[in-house]
Design a binder for this molecule. Structure first.
Ligand code: CA2
Length: 145
């Protein structure tokens, strides 16, 4: 059976491609979903991309992943830097977890330099634009082989 990968996105990422293109680029979250679905098909992985502006919404998506997904790629948005709840949820997930940031958070304000999610993530992409999602997906295919 084809393995399913959840690509989870946190607050404000629904605005991708519509605001602040100088930081986040011109691609929308729908573009990311289409590109990852196409790459996933090549890699033999089924992709489900989801987004929530609510911390609890992301926690529930991670709980769903426990039953449905072989791996998680997550851009938790600003919750990256604040959410012990998302870290705790990820710690209940047994498969690989990759953290993605479109921007290079280490080149930005110091409050973006710390990530709770990195305490669980098996790998982190930052500053590769939306291509980071596809790079994380390629890595996912290797580790799930
Ligand atoms: O670089 C990333 O991917 C971030 O996770 C994006 C978060 C930010 O709080 C993190 O520090 C780094 C912000 C997401 C906001 O997304 C927008 C996208 C387009 C327009 C406006 C906001």
């Amino acid at each position: 059976m084809t393995k399913k990968i959840f690509i989870l996105n946190g607050p404000n990422l629904n605005l991708l491609g519509k605001r602040q293109p100088e930081i986040y680029g011109h691609d929308t979250l729908d573009d990311v979903a289409a590109n990852c679905a196409a790459l996933g098909a090549d890699l033999g992985l089924e992709i489900e991309l989801k987004q929530s502006n609510f911390e609890g919404g992301i926690v529930e998506m991670i709980h769903d992943a426990r039953e449905q997904a072989a791996g998680i790629i997550i851009n938790p948005g600003a919750y990256t830097h604040t959410s012990v709840a998302i870290l705790d949820a990820l710690n209940t997930f047994e498969g690989p977890v990759f953290e993605v940031h479109i921007s290079n958070v280490h080149k930005r304000e110091s409050f973006r330099h710390h990530s709770y999610v990195s305490l669980r993530a098996d790998g982190v992409m930052a500053g590769f634009g939306v291509q980071g999602y596809e790079l994380a997906l390629r890595r996912m295919a290797v580790v799930l082989n």
